[in-house]
Design a binder for this molecule. Structure first.
Ligand code: 0X9
Ligand code: ZN
Length: 599
């Protein structure tokens, strides 16, 4: 009964929406449909046979699928309860006049579907970045994609497949010695998830342009290595953009897999059948065990063998070279709490943060740590967070199960956005601002993710001048996303806290007592200390359990002019007069040397 009512409401909503939408856009022959399930087996059946989106409505108990009219008929014939989701269908199929117009010959050839970069353009962009930032960025060829490594190919439509190297951008200041923690960011293992390479490139820009202008970007480049693979599946990306080119002149093709024509001749790539191997089912950890298909045209075809595809084999090799193996051989072995390094694989869509295991609903041996990090990342992007198998569906051979299962790397899938191919403007209006904080946070905890996630964040680090030679260091220590214990302390230093023999200086609660989960803190330093080789001030906070969180920094030169500084100072002085007085007693200031705390 409840169902019948819901059905009628749906019919009404669909009809009404269709009428309202008629002026703006019309549905084509591809829809986004809701398919209702009753059991976990239903989910797995749908996932392995249809083009299921990264969406699982646990309340309504339905999945979203892309379906052509033929697929729709087939679903219904198989007895599934299916509803067309009109709004999502319209979103999925953009207005013809905007995107389906054949590009005039004068249009920049390296963009498609608005301003999305073609594979060639992404390669050119990477070369340009490494040329402009040669002191901190290098482009690493870590292999060749399938068609390049096998001598090329022609599509069933007669076009010569564009072939590609596999490229990674390594960002680090090479003049800081020693082995460094690694943050590995990969994107577009699924070709049609075309906002993800753009997000990876925006993170690269943030680091490179921020070097020497943003204090946090600067220490991340100095102290760590960031590896960015914006196009894990470059030849698949070329197929996607081919849909917008002559003779097709339509929407991008929804190619998900690589360009390996393994016993499938389906063309053009559809939601129901396309050639290629699903690279996110091809990794060698428990390959081929669940959530896969062995039919070559299926969307989740796992290939003939573990890591059979060079895109996967070479990626696994690259990651293995960068990270130590930190997990034992047994499926139940946890990685140690001081595990170093972190990996994020960007997918679309659904607004999820997901962690291993993906192959089983059993918790991973590091479930508590993975969950703590996942929830923290989701605090930044406000996505829903959960174990990938239970939040969505089970898969095997995905990148994050491999990275965690094989090497113990805390590895996360982000499902960004609300459709595969939104208007290009959605990247800068939504996806990048939404995810930037989460990516920066992941980078900041890369040294010891399971440890640092337990401590509070250090936010809003600022310096203010005083009438004397004392500079006030201010910050906010925020424990709310890290276990919500009380903040119990904070400290600043002129070097990163992990440096040997670093001198650290205590900070005080601005309101006089550490008695909250969110504490503005202040410290004091001798401005003479800033005339030395030190260019940044680092701050970190500690909770009542003794957990230190990741550090944040400010440039020593970022002391506001007195006019602004005085305004700040007036507020500060009334706020923490007693602390300020006490500070004079606590510090011995020696011109030209660093301030030393006596406590
Ligand atoms: O199915 C996938 O490979 C990922 N979703 S997508 O829609 N982008 O294709 C999800 C991988 C996460 N793992 C599990 N859900 N087990
Ligand atoms: Zn994906």
């Amino acid at each position: 009964m409840r169902h019948a009512v819901r059905c009628c409401i749906w019919c009404w909503v669909i009809t009404a929406t269709l009428c309202v939408a008629a002026g703006a856009a019309t549905l084509g022959d591809t829809f986004v449909v809701r398919v209702y399930y009753t059991s976990g087996e239903d989910i797995q059946r749908l996932v392995t046979r249809y083009d299921v989106h990264e969406f699982n409505d646990h309340d309504e108990r339905c999945l979203l699928l892309t379906a052509s009219t033929g697929t729709l008929a087939r679903l219904r014939a198989e007895g599934w309860q299916v509803m067309i989701d009109t709004n999502r269908s319209l979103e999925f199929i953009p207005p013809r006049d905007v995107f389906r117009r054949p590009p005039p010959a004068s249009v920049r050839p390296h963009e498609f579907y608005g301003n999305y970069k073609t594979a060639q353009e992404i390669v050119a962009h990477l070369h340009a970045l490494t040329a402009a930032y040669a002191h901190i960025a290098t482009l690493v060829k870590y292999g060749e994609a399938f068609c390049k490594s096998t001598g090329g190919a022609v599509t069933p439509g007669g076009q010569t497949q564009e072939v590609h190297d596999l490229l990674a951008l390594r960002i680090t200041a090479t003049n800081t010695p020693g082995s460094k923690p690694v943050f590995f960011l990969m994107a577009a293992i699924h070709a049609r998830e075309i906002t993800t390479p753009e997000l990876a490139l925006r993170f690269a820009h943030w680091l490179l342009e921020g070097y020497n202008t943003d204090a946090d970007a600067t220490w991340l480049v100095n102290e760590q290595e960031t590896w960015i693979v914006p196009l894990v599946n470059p030849e698949g990306h070329w197929i996607v953009s081919l849909g917008t080119q002559p003779p097709y002149n339509g929407n991008p093709f929804t190619q998900r897999k690589n360009a390996h024509q393994d016993r499938c001749t389906a063309w053009p790539p559809g939601d129901w059948a396309q050639y290629g191997i699903d690279l996110n089912r091809n990794h060698s950890f428990l390959w081929g065990t669940t959530g896969i298909s062995t039919a070559p045209c299926d969307l989740v075809y796992c290939g003939l063998a573990p890591a059979s595809e060079p895109e996967v084999a070479q990626l696994q090799q690259l990651i293995t070279n960068l990270f130590p193996d930190q997990r034992g051989p047994l499926i139940t072995d946890p990685a140690p709490s001081n595990t170093t390094g972190i990996l994020i694989s960007l997918h679309s869509y659904g607004r999820y943060v997901l962690w291993p295991w993906g192959h089983t609903s059993a918790p991973a041996p590091n479930q508590a740590g993975l969950r703590a990090i996942g929830l923290k990342l989701a605090r930044y992007n406000r996505y829903r967070a959960g174990q990938s198998s239970t939040m969505l569906y089970s898969t095997s051979g995905d990148s994050t199960d491999w990275a965690y299962g094989e090497l113990g790397i805390p590895a996360f899938t982000f499902e960004v956005g609300t459709s595969f191919m939104p208007a290009y403007s959605a990247i800068d209006s939504d996806q990048w601002p939404t995810n930037k904080g989460a990516l920066v946070y992941a980078a900041k905890i890369a040294r010891a993710p399971y440890v640092l996630v337990n401590g509070p964040d250090a936010l809003h680090v600022e310096l203010s001048p005083t009438p004397s030679n004392i500079v006030v260091v201010q910050a906010v220590i925020d424990e709310r996303g890290s276990g919500s214990n009380l903040v119990a302390g904070a400290e600043w230093a002129l070097e990163p806290f992990h440096h040997a023999a670093v001198e650290t200086y205590s900070m005080h609660a601005a309101d006089g007592a550490f008695d909250s989960v969110y504490e503005p803190v202040v410290g004091y330093l001798d401005s003479a200390a800033l005339e030395g080789p030190y260019t940044m001030i680092y701050v970190r906070g500690r909770d009542a359990l003794g957990n230190w969180g990741p550090m944040s920094a400010v440039f020593a030169g970022e002391i506001p002019e007195p006019a602004v500084g005085l305004a700040c100072l007036l507020g500060l002085l009334t706020f923490c007069q007693r602390r300020f007085d006490r500070a004079h007693d606590l510090f011995t200031l020696r011109p030209g040397q660093r301030a030393e705390a006596r406590n």
